[in-house]
Design a protein around this ligand. Sequence first.
Ligand code: HEC
Ligand code: HEC
Length: 355
Amino acid sequence: MKKIATLSSFLLLVMLFQFCTKTDSPSISNTTKTTVTPVRTFTSYNYLDTYPAHIQEALATSDNTPSTNPITNDGANLGRILFYDKQLSRNGTTSCASCHQQQNSFSDSAVLSRGLDGAFTTRHSMALLNIRFYKSGKMFWDEKAASVEKQALQPIINHIEMDLTLEQLETKVKSLTYYPSLFQKAFGTSLIDSALIARALSQFERSIVTYQSKYDRVKQGLEIFTTAEAAGEQLFLTVPANRTCASCHNPPMFITSSPSAPFGLDDANDLGINNRGNFKSSSLRNVSIRTNLFHNGSVVNVQEMLNAGNPGTGKQAIPSHFLRTADIANMMAFLNTLTDRTILTEAKFSDPFAL
Ligand code: HEC
Ligand code: HEC
C-alpha cells in the first residue's frame, strides 16, 4: 500500500513537472531549449546460478573469490555494464569486451588483439571462462597480477589497451549518469572509486562459468559419452604416461593453479612467469571452438597442437602436447564435449549497449 502511495505521488510529481515545463516553454526559444535526456537503464539478470554437484565440489576446493567481494546480483550487473563500456577508454573506442568477445568464449579469435589506437597487445587474449576456479587467483599468462581484483584495472591503465589514469577513470565513470544509482545498488554508496570498479568487474568475470556442456550432462548422469568420447577421456586422464593432461588441466573445469609441473611453449621473446619460460593455462573448456592458442597465439587450433610432430606435419612436436595419429580423433571427440555454447549467446553475458 505504502509503495503504491509513494508511486502515485511520484507520478503526480512527474505530471506536474511536465505541465510546468509545457507552460514555461514558450519563453524558451527553440534553439536554446535544453532537452533532459532520460538516464539510461539496463536489464538486470540473475548471476547466482545453482551449479551442478560436480561443479560445486570443484568450487569448494578451488574458488578464488575473496570474502571481501562475493558475487551479488547488483555487483555482477554493474560489472557487466563496466565490462562493455567503451567510455572506460581514453578515446571511447575500447572496452574489455573488445578483446574478450562473448562469441569467442571471452577471448579473441585473432593472434594478438588491437588496442585503442590500433597497436597490438604482446600476447594472445585469454579466455575469461571459469577464472574463479584458478585457486591462487593469479592472473595473466605470466601470473603478474596477484588477484582478479588486482588484474581488473590493469587493462584500463595500459597504454595500448584502454589508456586512462585511475583518476581519469573515476572522473569518467562519475560523469556518466547511469552509474551512481548502479553503484548505490551494488555497494550501498554512490561514491565511485577505482577499487569499487575493480570489485564489480571481478564479480561479473567470476560469474562466467561454463556448466552446460555435454561433459556436464554426462557427469550428472543425464547423457552418456560415445565410444570415441569415452576413449578420449581415458587418454586425457592417462597420457602422457609420466604426466597426464589432467594433471595440468584438472577436471571438471580443466584448470588448476597447481599443475603437476611447470610448462611453457618455447618462446625467445617471452619468458613468462618469473622469466623461467613457464606460463599458466586458462580453462580448457570451449578450447576446441577457439583459435590461435597458447600465450603467443602461435598454435592454430587443438587439432594442430595434437598433431604436431607426426609424420607429414612439418612441425615440431610440442612437449606434453602431442598424440599418436591414431589417438587424435578420440581426444578431439572428448575435448568437443567440453564446449558450452550457451555462454556464447546468453543475454546476461552480452553487450548491454547493443540495441
Ligand atoms: C586490447 C585488448 C584487451 C583489452 C581492452 C582488455 N584485455 Fe584482458 N587480456 C588481454 C590480453 C592480451 C591478455 C593476456 C595478457 C598477458 O598475459 O600479458 C588479457 C588477460 C586478461 C585476464 C587474465 C585472465 C587469466 O586467466 O589469467 C583478465 C582477467 C582480463 N584480461 C580481464 C580484462 C578486463 C576486466 C578488461 C577491461 C577492464 C580487459 N581485460 C581488457 C587483452 C585485453
Ligand atoms: C606439464 C603440464 C601440462 C601438461 C602435461 C599438459 N598441458 Fe596443456 N598446457 C599447459 C600450459 C602451461 C599451457 C599454456 C602454455 C603456454 O601458453 O605457453 C597449456 C596449453 C594447452 C592448450 C592451449 C590452451 C589455450 O587456452 O591456449 C591446450 C588445448 C592444452 N594445453 C591441452 C592439453 C592436452 C590435451 C594435454 C595432454 C595431451 C596437455 N595439455 C598436457 C600445461 C600442460
